[in-house]
Write a protein that binds this ligand. Structure first.
Ligand SMILES: *[C@@H]1O[C@H](CO)[C@@H](O)[C@H](O)[C@H]1NC(C)=O
Ligand SMILES: *[C@@H]1O[C@H](CO)[C@@H](O)[C@H](O)[C@H]1NC(C)=O
Ligand SMILES: *[C@@H]1O[C@H](CO)[C@@H](O)[C@H](O)[C@H]1NC(C)=O
Ligand SMILES: *[C@@H]1O[C@H](CO)[C@@H](O)[C@H](O)[C@H]1NC(C)=O
Ligand SMILES: [Zn+2]
Length: 420
C-alpha cells in the first residue's frame, strides 16, 4: 500500500470533522498594522506565509511593501505576534480583544424584517437560498424585463443564478455585474441585490434599463458564502476538495497569466490559484456566460470588500493597459460620485499598483481574453471609520448600498453616452 494513500485515508476524516464544527473567534485579537518600509513589509509577509493561527484580512502589504494590514490572531499566537510587532517597531492598534463579539453586530437586529420569499430587505445579510428565491420571484413577477439565468452548479451542488434585466429584444450594450466571488465579503452580494431591486422593482429607474441591458450575478461563490455563515466567518475561497485543504481562490483561477505573481500553488493558502485554470466550476460557469455575451458587454464591474477603491487592470503586471486614459477618467468620475454620496474618498488605479499582484484574476481575463475593455473592481468600504474590515454591522447595510448605487448610475451614464 502506498504511504501517501494511507496518510490521506487518515487525514480525510479529520478534515471532515474539523470542517463541520463552527469556528469561534472568541478571544481573538484584531490588529490594524501600519507597514512603513520594505523591511517591515518583508517581515510581515514572511509571517503571513507561515500559515500560523493568524488570519490576514487583507494581504499583508502592497506591491510597494507598505500600507495598512488587518490581522486576526488566536489567543495562543497572540503573545508571540505582539512581541514580533514590538520588536520590529510596527505602528499598530488593537481594534478588539474579542473578534467574536464584533461578529454579533452582523446578525439581524430583530426578526421583524423576516419577509416573504418574494421580497428582499437591506437590514440583514441574506443566505444563498433566500437570494435565489428572490431572483426566481422577480423573474416570475416581471417577465417583461427579466430573465432568470441558470449559469451552472457549484462543487457542493448549489445552483448559480443570475438575472438578465432587459427591456425588449433589441440588441443593446450590456453591463455585467458580479459579486461574492470572495466568500467573506458579505457587503458585495448585498449591493448586487440592491442594484437588482432598484433596476427591476423601482419604476423611477426605468431609464436605466431603457437603452442598456444588465446581467447581475449576485453570488458567484455560494459554497464559500454559506460556509462563512455556518462554519467560518473568515473563509475566502471556494469549497472544492484538495489533498490537504479545501478551496481555491476563485479570483486567481482565470486563464490569463495564471499562476504568476500574487497567487500561490499551496492548496492551503488563501490565494491558492487552483489545480489548473478554470478548475473551479463556479469560474468555468462565469467564463462561459461572459464568452456567450462578450460582443455585447461593454462594461464589467466586480464587487468586493474592503477598501475604498475603484480598480482596473492589470493585476499581473504594473505595466498599464492600452486604454489607461479612459479607464482612469471613468474611474475618477465614479469615485467623485461616490465621494459626493458617501463622503468617503475612493482611490483609483490598477490593482497591481494600488494593492498587490493578483495574477489569474477575473478583470485581466475579461479585458485580455473576452475583449471587454472597461473592466473594474469596486472595493466597498467596510465601515465609516475604516477599521471594521469585512465586518460591517447589519444596521449599516442599507445606507451603504443605497449610496453606492450612485456610482453604478455613473457607470451606466457613461455607457449610455458612448454606446447608445
Ligand atoms: C413590467 O411589468 C411590471 C409589472 O407588471 C410593470 O409594473 C412595469 O411597468 C413593466 N415595465 C416595463 C418597462 O414594461
Ligand atoms: C436578456 O433578455 C433579452 C430580452 O428577452 C434577450 O434578448 C437577451 O438575449 C437576454 N440576454 C441574456 C444574456 O440572456
Ligand atoms: C479594446 O482595446 C484594444 C487595445 O486598445 C483595441 O485594440 C480594441 O479594439 C478594443 N476593443 C473594443 C471592443 O473597443
Ligand atoms: C459633486 O458635488 C459637487 C457639489 O455639489 C458638484 O459640483 C459635482 O458636480 C458633483 N460631482 C459628481 C461627480 O457628482
Ligand atoms: Zn475580494
Amino acid at each position: 500500500m502506498n504511504m501517501s494513500w494511507l496518510i490521506s485515508l487518515l487525514i480525510y476524516p479529520l478534515i471532515l470533522i474539523t470542517n463541520t464544527e463552527k469556528v469561534s473567534y472568541k478571544g481573538y485579537n484584531m490588529y490594524v498594522i501600519s507597514t512603513e518600509n520594505e523591511e517591515q513589509g518583508r517581515k510581515l509577509l514572511a509571517v503571513q506565509n507561515q500559515n500560523l493561527k493568524i488570519h490576514f484580512l487583507k494581504q499583508a502589504v502592497n506591491s510597494k511593501l507598505q500600507g495598512l494590514t488587518s490581522v486576526v490572531v488566536s489567543p495562543q499566537s497572540n503573545a508571540a505576534f505582539n512581541a514580533f510587532l514590538r520588536k520590529n517597531n510596527y505602528d499598530f492598534q488593537i481594534i478588539t480583544k474579542d473578534f467574536e463579539s464584533l461578529l454579533k453586530s452582523e446578525q439581524p437586529r430583530s426578526k421583524r424584517f423576516a419577509v416573504s420569499p418574494n421580497s428582499i430587505n437591506f437590514e440583514e445579510y441574506h443566505r444563498h437560498a433566500k437570494i435565489n428565491s428572490y431572483l426566481r420571484s422577480l423573474a416570475e413577477t416581471y417577465p417583461n424585463i427579466t430573465n432568470l439565468l441558470s449559469i451552472g452548479t457549484t462543487t457542493e451542488g448549489r445552483e448559480l443564478l443570475g438575472l438578465n434585466i432587459s427591456y425588449n429584444d433589441k440588441v443593446k450594450p450590456m453591463i455585467l455585474i458580479d459579486a461574492g466571488i470572495h466568500a467573506r465579503e458579505w457587503i458585495a452580494p448585498a449591493l448586487a441585490l440592491y442594484i437588482i431591486q432598484q433596476l427591476v422593482e423601482n419604476s423611477n429607474n426605468a431609464k436605466l434599463i431603457k437603452n442598456v441591458d444588465w446581467i447581475v450575478i449576485p453570488l458567484l461563490n455560494p459554497d464559500g458564502y454559506e460556509y462563512t455563515h455556518t462554519t467560518n466567518r473568515l473563509w475566502r475561497k471556494t469549497r472544492s476538495r484538495g489533498k490537504y485543504c479545501f478551496g481555491a481562490d476563485p479570483n486567481r483561477n482565470f486563464n490569463f497569466h495564471w499562476g504568476e505573481r500574487g497567487s500561490s500553488d499551496d492548496e492551503c493558502s488563501d490565494i491558492y490559484r487552483g489545480s489548473k485554470p478554470f478548475s473551479e466550476p463556479e469560474i468555468k460557469a462565469f467564463r462561459d456566460l461572459i464568452l456567450r455575451y462578450a460582443a455585447n458587454i461593454k462594461l464589467s464591474i466586480s464587487l468586493h470588500s474592503f477598501g475604498q477603491l475603484i480598480l482596473h487592470p492589470w493585476t499581473y503586471t504594473t505595466n498599464l493597459p492600452a486604454n489607461i486614459k479612459e479607464l482612469n477618467r471613468l474611474g475618477i468620475h465614479v469615485a467623485e460620485t461616490l465621494k459626493n454620496a458617501t463622503k468617503a474618498n475612493y482611490g483609483v488605479g490598477p490593482v497591481s499598483q494600488v494593492l498587490y499582484y493578483a495574477a489569474g484574476s477575473n478583470i485581466d481575463w475579461i479585458m485580455a481574453v473576452a475583449g471587454i475593455n472597461l473592466t473594474y473592481v469596486i472595493e466597498l468600504p467596510p465601515q465609516h471609520d475604516n477599521t471594521m474590515q469585512f465586518i460591517l454591522p447589519s444596521r449599516f447595510i442599507k445606507d451603504l448600498v443605497s449610496k453606492s448605487f450612485e456610482g453604478i448610475k455613473t457607470f451606466h451614464e457613461y455607457i449610455e453616452n458612448v454606446y447608445v
